[in-house]
Design a protein around this ligand. Structure first.
Ligand code: SAM
Length: 284
């Protein structure tokens, strides 16, 4: 088993590179190898897997992934970190040929050199939800994963209707599959220590309830419903369909009470709304 990076080595690497962790890029590096092993175990990474890691940073989790997966594709926005990663990996393991590093913003990823099967990442906190949703959309071979995110974001991703955290991330994530809490992570395992708590979210991809055209409509309906969260649906959806009268007709057709709020509906209800919109011939 590879010896993973500890606190002293993380600091030494950063110093050697002249790297000051950038808050804007969510650069909080894990300094505890046991946490990295735990994440890889929770993700059930097997020797058949190609793991996708977003934001490998100095390589803490990357090294743990290389111990278990057939390959790792690591996407890092910071070119200094992307350049250093293969060097660090080669110094720790003989599996460096199994690593591909891509220096890119994960939000702009359209293709990868190999099809990933599992996503394992300590996500940059300021863009964790858009990154997760983007990857689920663009890489259908990703069947499951575990991501570390800010605790509040984790609560939003896993929330069901009626919970105060339920909203756009919960519903859009539910389109792609099942999200669940799989653990929490202490602030003390990071350098620098963040001023937020972290949680681990596991996901398993399901069968999406519709095709890509349907997904776009459903996501637009969700955005409209939550843009004015306190409003009843007939009013919240009025801009999206043209008027509150049309919104009321649409909701009745979908079998949904127009006086409800967006937070009362589940993803299947938004699909019913999108289908009713298509049947009524209302364009996007
Ligand atoms: N995985 C490392 C670890 O656990 O120690 C670092 C995790 S750190 C929370 C987030 C990493 O994501 C940083 O290395 C940062 O440079 C990178 N990052 C930030 N925004 C990114 C983006 N849009 N696309 C790819 N990487 C990004």
């Amino acid at each position: 088993m590879t010896t993973l990076l500890g606190a002293a080595e993380i600091r030494a690497l950063a110093e050697q590179m002249g790297l000051k962790p950038a808050k804007a890029l969510g650069q909080n590096f894990v300094i505890d190898g046991n946490v990295c092993r735990k994440i890889v175990k929770l993700a059930q990474v097997s020797p058949e897997d190609i793991a996708l890691e977003i934001g490998p940073g100095l390589g803490s989790l990357t090294l743990a992934l290389l111990d278990e997966a057939a390959g790792v594709v690591a996407v890092e926005i910071d070119s200094r970190l992307a350049m250093q990663l293969p060097i660090t990996v080669a110094a720790h393991t003989d599996k460096s040929a199994n690593l591909k590093v891509i220096n890119q913003d994960a939000l702009t990823l359209q293709e990868l050199p190999v099809a990933p099967s599992v996503l394992v990442a300590n996500l940059p906190y300021n863009v964790s939800v858009p990154v997760l949703l983007h990857l689920l959309e663009k890489f259908p071979t990703l069947r499951s994963g575990v991501v570390m995110v800010q605790a509040e974001v984790a609560d939003r991703l896993v929330a069901g209707p009626g919970r105060k955290d339920y909203g756009i991330p919960s519903l859009k994530a539910a389109w792609w599959g099942k999200m669940s809490h799989v653990g929490s992570v202490s602030r003390s395992v990071f350098w620098p220590s963040p001023n937020v708590d972290s949680k681990l979210v596991g996901f398993t991809r399901g069968t999406p309830p519709g095709d890509e055209a349907m997904r776009r409509e459903v996501f637009a309906a969700i955005d409209s419903a939550f843009a004015q969260r306190r409003k009843m649906l007939r009013s919240a959806l009025s801009n999206w369909v043209g008027s509150s009268a049309s919104a009321e007709t649409l909701l009745m057709k979908a079998g949904i009470d127009p006086t409800l709020r967006g937070e009362a509906l589940v993803i299947e209800d938004y699909c019913a709304i999108a289908r009713a919109k298509a049947e009524m011939g209302i364009g996007s």
